[in-house]
Design a protein around this ligand. Sequence first.
Ligand SMILES: Cc1cc2nc3c(=O)[nH]c(=O)nc-3n(C[C@H](O)[C@H](O)[C@H](O)COP(=O)(O)OP(=O)(O)OC[C@H]3O[C@@H](n4cnc5c(N)ncnc54)[C@H](O)[C@@H]3O)c2cc1C
Length: 474
Amino acid sequence: MTPNRRTLLHAGVSVTATLASATFAGQSPGARDARPPKALLADDPESRAAAAQDFGHIIQRQPRAVCKPKSGAEVADILRWAREQGLKVAARGQGHATYGRAMAEDGIVMDLGAMAAIHRIESDCVVVDAGATWHAVLQAALAKGFAPPVLTNYLGLSVGGTLAVGGIGGSSSQHGLQTDQVLELDVVTGEGVELTCSPTAHAELFDAVRAGLAQCAIITRAMLRLMRAPERVRRYLLSYSDLASLTADQRRALDEGRFDQLQGAVVPDGTGGWRYQMEAAVFYDSGTPPDDKRLLAGLAEKRETVSDLAFGDDANAFAKLEQLLRSNGQWFNPHPWLLTYLRGSNALEVASEVIAGLNSDDLGPFGRITYYPIFTGECRTPLLRLPDERVVFPFNLIRIPASADKANADRQLARNRTVCDRIRAAGGMLYPVSALAMSPQDWADHFGPRWPLLCDAKRHHDPAGILTPGYDLF
Ligand SMILES: Cc1cc2nc3c(=O)[nH]c(=O)nc-3n(C[C@H](O)[C@H](O)[C@H](O)COP(=O)(O)OP(=O)(O)OC[C@H]3O[C@@H](n4cnc5c(N)ncnc54)[C@H](O)[C@@H]3O)c2cc1C
């Protein structure tokens, strides 16, 4: 037996012993015995090792135990027990955070993968467990002819994981973020209290949970808005020689409302330079195909239709890249991503400056800089911080390095800090899914006028401060 394995097993045994002697404090009337919560898998070294990693592969934090609750009641039992024991707890959805945000050093990681049921689908809403992936939600909704109005570009994320941060997608101009599509949430607070919150019930908690970085409660179930699903999606790629002409056409296309989805990127061209591209899509039903000529009139000379797919296949298109990156190993390399929002009024200037300071090789062959304008009118989630302008630009350094070189990852992390400082000085905002060390003061600055909302909710619903230590927020 290797020393490592011995250590893990020893840790597992001692945790089991601790759990066996633990008593619950503040239990619900139905859970008065002194046994540890049975969903706690304290002596499973593989689960503990998996929970010490995330998609970022930058931070490793070994939890004392991993648990896999199957119900809100089990989540509540575990939280009450953890609070009594003075242990920190982090919920984990699909583990796609990039900087240890779903980890808890020597604490409990609560893997919500077993809470993934789709409970109910109606014409205007779906009720799902928070551990369900957006892929599962979409498939279930499409089977009845519906779809969530906003989907992330990658569907392998959990509902709870994106509602904790925001969840932006190609339709955010029309509908806001995924946190804006929530009608009601079942949550368990840091005190182990199960509550249902919505705009009319525990509204302050509802506002603190959506994009609240999992500081006040763990989401167990969500009621989400649905819309009628379009049948098909036609996707166009328009190419530009520089950022200024890309920006001008993006703004024009946005203002004229030409497309149902409007995104874009600056991508390495393989020779040390960049390609500038607008990525746009229209939804349509069979029998009424889009008029390409009218849609693209006056926009870039160089343009092509890249795909024409059923709505579900289009939404899941990222899965092909995921498969490729898994097979070439790059999915498992460090991912020092930086995601931000620029002011519409200075996006071109700031993005040009940042890009001029980047080496296209730093992003890796499959990396990209996401850059496109969105209207902010439908973005209403209080804790989702955006520049206060009608149009903002998501500006994301999506780094997919070809190697696992730690020195390279450290260099990119240092650069994230410089770039983020520059963007913030220009009125931009951080999207907290970034790989960036943040101090409590940095977070207070980030949340600005909304900081008291989060602090009050934290004091009220997680007074012992056990939830989600990975952000270093408090
Ligand atoms: C390939 C890829 C593509 C992406 N594309 C997009 C995109 O298009 N748009 C976008 O907005 N983001 C995107 N992201 C970022 C992504 O939305 C966030 O990283 C998200 O938090 C990951 O969800 P997850 O289920 O993997 O969560 P995890 O990594 O497991 O957790 C992330 C955070 O959410 C918390 N959390 C998880 N479940 C719950 C719960 N039930 N209740 C409360 N808190 C919870 C965790 O504690 C942690 O703090 C992408 C990420 C990747 C890796």
